[in-house]
Design a protein around this ligand. Structure first.
Ligand code: GLV
Ligand code: MN
Ligand code: MN
Length: 424
């Protein structure tokens, strides 16, 4: 699969240009990582990306603004100035050492589609807004989709109090310094009556489309998620003198809990997954028994019931291990996202668009990954288009797409918009 493109691919709207632009945003000033892609919400790379994406939106005939919750919005007016709006979006942030296409491809494909219609001089009875959301990944703070929730109207600002990033910067401070005070986030809320729907194109981040030799697929639902922070407190002490029988080693307790988590998820029904992705150890010194540990826990399943059953079993493991090892434990719920079905009627239109473009019946599938669409479903009907990615790899620099697949997705999104009359 090809990942590098001649710069001339940048000149006309289409999938190739979206891919080329994603690649351009994958390094240099667009990343906060040295030699890797890391674009945390409101970081330098993130803001540099906002700058150039704003230019691309303006070139595509859109008016460009940031809303009160930092979201970047390009608006392509409809036939009348008070027309309702179709939203197309995804996220600008990336995980640490991520790939070029997760989120960004959906934003840039939206711009390509609008640019195409702008070049053709076509306007619709609705406006189109392309949105770059801020923090779908939880790339900086231990909650995700804060900016999406502000737009959809479900943000509980008091639940954000005291959240800090890895450098100890408090969310409220970071936002105030960036010129987007948290007290103003409420102003980003959209009226459901103005919004016709929300569509999001995204790499699949899984292996199904590649295994079935398909360029694109249509998402029917997005899996349920729970995220926790677990804090264990034992007793730090001298690695040479503290007898093994007397130790209250927080890291050894965490290790035993992690094996328990892996066992519970591994024994569960298909689609149940649980991950400890972040582990911090204090004092983190070679010759000191670890006294305190904090780790993250991310639990997902196709249904809320399976996810919740696994979470309950994991809580029991944490209690048992902590008690036996005489280690204190505190479990903080950071995020609770129920499973979200996509809108059946918009999904039918997306499937029809896939069929019209590819000549084949659309493959429908469930997303294990989270997406801004999960939150936007609280505001409007949502539909998602998945694009094949190599070996299903994502959240990794080896993330890769085929240009012909992205061209197919570009055509499907255009077709979706052109099928609009029967829907809206
Ligand atoms: C975002 O990509 C997530 O699913 O965590
Ligand atoms: Mn994503
Ligand atoms: Mn992601």
């Amino acid at each position: 699969m090809v990942n590098r493109h001649p710069l001339e691919a940048m000149s006309s709207p289409g999938g190739a240009r979206a891919v080329a632009r994603c690649d351009r945003l994958g390094s240099g000033i667009f990343s906060d990582g040295e030699g890797l892609l890391f674009r945390p919400w409101l970081g330098k790379g993130y803001e540099a990306s906002i700058g150039i994406i704003s230019e691309w939106m303006a070139d595509a005939g859109m008016s460009v603004r940031r809303d009160a919750a930092t979201n970047l919005i390009g608006r392509y007016e409809g036939l009348t100035s008070d027309a309702p709006v179709l939203l197309i979006g995804s996220h600008i942030d990336s995980v640490r050492d991520g790939g070029n296409y997760d989120g960004m491809l959906g934003v840039l494909l939206g711009i390509e589609v609008v640019h195409h219609f702008y070049d053709q001089g076509v306007r619709f009875p609705f406006a189109i807004e392309v949105i770059g959301f801020g923090d779908e990944e939880g790339s900086r703070f231990p909650q995700t989709m804060i900016t999406t929730r502000a737009m959809a109207g479900g943000l509980n600002v008091s639940g954000l109090a005291g959240l800090s990033d890895r450098d100890g910067v408090i969310l409220e401070t970071a936002l105030a310094e960036a010129g987007f005070p948290i007290s103003g986030f409420v102003g980003a809320r959209r009226e459901a009556s103005d919004v016709l729907g929300y569509i999001e194109a995204h790499i699949e981040q899984g292996p199904v489309l590649e295994a079935e030799n398909l360029a694109v697929g249509v998402v029917t639902a997005i899996a349920a998620q729970l995220r926790y922070e677990v804090r264990l407190s034992g007793q730090a002490g001298h690695a040479g003198t503290m007898a093994m029988s007397l130790r209250r080693d927080a890291l050894a307790a965490a290790a035993e809990i992690m094996i328990g988590i892996e066992h519970i998820a591994g024994a569960g029904p298909e689609g149940l997954v649980a991950t400890v992705g972040l582990l911090q150890v204090w004092p983190g010194v070679v010759n000191v028994v670890p006294g305190d540990v904090v780790f993250s826990m991310d639990i997902r399943a196709g249904t809320n019931a399976v996810r919740d059953m696994a979470a309950a079993q994991i809580m029991t493991v944490i209690e048992d291990v902590s008690a036996r090892r005489r280690v204190g434990s505190e479990i903080i719920l950071r995020q609770d996202l129920p499973a979200v079905p996509c809108d059946p009627s918009l999904t039918d239109v997306m499937a029809q668009a896939v069929e019209n473009v590819t000549g084949e019946q659309a493959r429908c599938l469930v997303s294990g990954a989270g997406h801004d669409a999960m939150i936007m479903a609280q505001l409007a009907p949502v539909s998602m288009l998945f694009i094949r990615c190599r070996e299903g790899i994502s959240h990794h620099p080896a993330e890769s797409v085929r240009i012909d697949d992205v061209e197919t997705s570009f055509s499907v999104l255009k077709e979706f918009i052109q099928l609009r009359e029967g829907v809206f």
